[in-house]
Design a protein around this ligand. Structure first.
Ligand code: MLT
Length: 304
């Protein structure tokens, strides 16, 4: 019987399907064998001595003190791809949200007051104020061609967009996974200068931090849109806001609210909803639970 302690909103719907004779799963327990965590920041000293493995129900592992875990001999597993569809859907929604001014239109409609007649007049004014643009023929630049980036690229193609991809950690030729007609950019600067929308699907590292800064924004097309459903810090938010204010960028859609972004009319910042679907939570929980079982039972290691 393995004892798995869950932290921070792990969906128990999937975990309840685990064979009860093999697992005890609870949010509070003494001497757990493993910890299953979502995005809660973990600290080395809070991890009980009994723990042999940590499962991260998601792709990114930057909430886990990896160096300390290695030192303690604790294996860390993640769930690459298990929430990819959920993130892909939100990226597509984010492009539509920006292109059709949905955030501003919604705020405008929510603030309407008065009788039906004056609301009707305001609706007519709103239609003129929030004229958007359509996606077919526009270019999407996808930075990071892992499970999520590939799904996003293929979905954007299906919407009639031109897609160019770049991956800083693998050779651009591994874009073979893309279904068709996705061009591999020569470099990040090549992609940045040719895209109407840019979406990021890379982890936050020293190499990717502020990958988009004021200098790079200058090289972007006028009226381009930035989408960050990856990690806070990949885009220099202050530079993005300055470029929005100057009319250089059209919109910034991201999954990381902050005081700097709050209330900006051309920013939509969500509370890290990328992977927040019932399906993704269940997929992630099941994938890491399987990995933990394989490790705790037989010492098998995958995705660690
Ligand atoms: C991920 O890295 O996959 C996401 O951050 C998942 C989550 O929202 O927990």
């Amino acid at each position: 019987m393995f004892k798995i302690q869950t932290l921070n909103n792990i969906s128990l719907a999937g975990l309840n399907r685990l064979p009860r004779e093999s697992y005890e799963v609870a949010s509070e327990m003494a001497h757990p064998d493993a910890i299953l965590v979502r995005s809660a920041k973990m600290h080395d000293m809070d991890i009980p001595a009994s723990v042999k493995a940590i499962g991260r129900a998601g792709a990114g592992v930057n909430n886990i003190p990896l160096a300390a875990m290695t030192e303690r001999g604790i294996a860390v597993f993640n769930a690459p791809g298990a929430n990819a569809n959920a993130v892909k859907e939100l990226v597509i929604a984010g492009m539509l949200l920006a292109a059709r001014n949905l955030g501003q239109g919604w705020a405008y409609a929510c603030a309407l007051e008065g009788d039906d007649d004056s609301i009707h007049k305001a609706v007519e004014a709103g239609k003129k104020q929030f004229v958007g643009f359509e996606l077919p023929g526009r270019t999407l630049g996808v930075i990071g061609l892992g499970a999520i980036g590939v799904l996003v690229a293929n979905a954007a193609r299906a919407l009639g967009m031109k897609v160019i991809g770049y991956d800083p950690s693998i050779t651009v030729r591994s874009a073979w996974k893309l279904e068709s007609n996705v061009e591999a950019a020569l470099s990040i600067d090549d992609l940045v200068s040719r895209s109407d929308f840019i979406t990021f699907h890379v982890p936050l590292t020293e190499q990717t931090r502020h990958m988009i800064d004021a200098e790079r924004i200058e090289t972007m097309k006028d009226g381009a849109v930035l989408l960050n459903f990856s990690r806070d810090g990949i885009i220099d938010d202050a530079a993005a806001v300055a470029a929005l204010d100057a009319g250089k960028l059209y919109a910034y859609v991201c999954d990381f609210p902050s005081n700097l972004l709050k209330g900006h009319p051309r920013v939509v910042a969500l509370p890290h909803l990328g992977a927040s679907t019932r399906e993704a939570e269940e997929n992630c929980a099941m994938m890491v639970a399987d990995e933990l079982r394989a490790y705790l039972e037989d010492g098998n290691v995958s995705n660690s």
